[in-house]
Unconditional design. Structure first.
Length: 343
């Protein structure tokens, strides 16, 4: 049975009290947007990052597994929670023999951190490294066989984490966004100019003043409840996931009020992937052929060096197909990749 409080998580991490982890209110109910598997054991756990924020996660372990297992930490998409796509990935990989966790990033979902609904290229990269801290401390995990998997905006965070954390032996980025690039340059780099960025900085800093004056952080808004007929196809695809029974979740930012407006400031000023060309561990980038975001993976692949780097394009798939379309997500390839590099 899943743990309902952080007390169960403390049992899984006997050192947690030394760091005074926040006691989070973790739900006991199975509230995922996907069906629970009868092939894995599911447990709620917590861990903390280097900034003292307590993170909530779902742990999935193959039933009747023995010995030390290879492990994978999963997060994303950007603005989603672990009850959505990341949990589906984690559970499916657990069915294939990996111990996995799907975690809510700092400030979101069931995880701690104030103020709420903040994104940060630094803290969210650290969240992946903190997941490696936690997995490395478990008796049932081989600390030399740990990988990570990021979806959408957390694909970029995962690649960034691989650049700084040498404990990560294999990284998968599915349908990835480079959030700093899209924030600073706009989609397809259409607003890549100093003037456009200056105007955005002015807007965001004026919002900072308003937030401070009002004592509350204004939200940018998630996916709109009703879309105009002329909405781009990829926005319609987001709506079909986040705003329908397929993927809606009450704690999901994209399904509801979205991020704090001023979260964009740090992405404007701190480019991700600056050292991705120095990653020595294995990286697999996966993207849909028809995804509007495909250029992020293609350009990231050009930065990566070594014969343990790969870009896989899925024929006919769009961006959100790789959130939950079991006929499009190449789990055989992902398991093969981890099997090769987590050994």
């Amino acid at each position: 049975m899943a743990c309902s409080t952080a007390a169960c998580a403390q049992q899984n991490n006997p050192n947690a009290n030394r760091f005074m982890e926040e006691k989070l209110n973790l739900t006991e109910a199975w509230d995922k947007v996907f069906t629970q598997s009868d092939k894995v054991e599911h447990t709620k756990i917590t861990f903390h990052n280097r900034y003292g924020i307590t993170l909530a996660a779902d742990l999935y372990a193959p039933k009747n597994a023995t010995g030390k297992l290879p492990a994978v930490a999963v997060s994303g998409p950007f603005g989603a929670v672990k009850e959505q796509a990341s949990g589906l990935y984690a559970q499916t990989l657990a069915e294939r023999g990996f111990l996995t966790i799907a975690f809510d990033p700092s400030f979101t979902g069931e995880s701690g951190g104030q103020p709420r609904y903040v994104a940060s290229p630094d803290i969210n990269t650290e969240d992946f490294c903190a997941a490696v801290d936690y997995l490395s401390s478990r008796d049932d995990v081989d600390p030399g066989r740990i990988g990570i998997l990021g979806i959408c905006g957390w694909g970029g965070m995962a690649v960034n984490a691989a650049a700084v954390d040498t404990r990560i032996k294999a990284t998968v980025a599915a349908t990835m966004y480079d959030m700093s690039r899209v924030t600073a340059n706009g989609y397809f780099d259409a607003a890549d100019s100093a003037d456009a960025r200056h105007e955005l900085r002015q807007q965001l800093n004026e919002q900072r003043t308003e937030d401070y004056r009002n004592g509350v952080y204004a939200l940018a808004g998630g996916v709109a409840d009703t879309l105009p007929a002329d909405a781009p196809q990829f926005v319609k695809d987001y709506h079909a996931y986040y705003k329908t029974k397929r993927g809606y979740h009450p704690r999901s930012l994209n399904s509801n009020g979205g991020w704090n407006k001023t979260s964009s400031l740090s992405f404007l000023n701190m480019p991700l992937l600056a050292y991705s060309g120095e990653i020595r561990s294995a990286v697999l980038l996966i993207h849909g052929e028809k995804a509007h975001s495909r250029y992020f993976s293609e350009d990231t692949r050009k930065k990566l060096k070594g014969d343990n780097k790969e870009l896989l394009i899925i024929p006919g798939a769009n961006h959100t197909d790789l959130y939950d379309n079991m006929e499009k997500i190449p789990f055989d390839k992902i398991a093969e990749f981890y099997g090769k590099y987590l050994r």
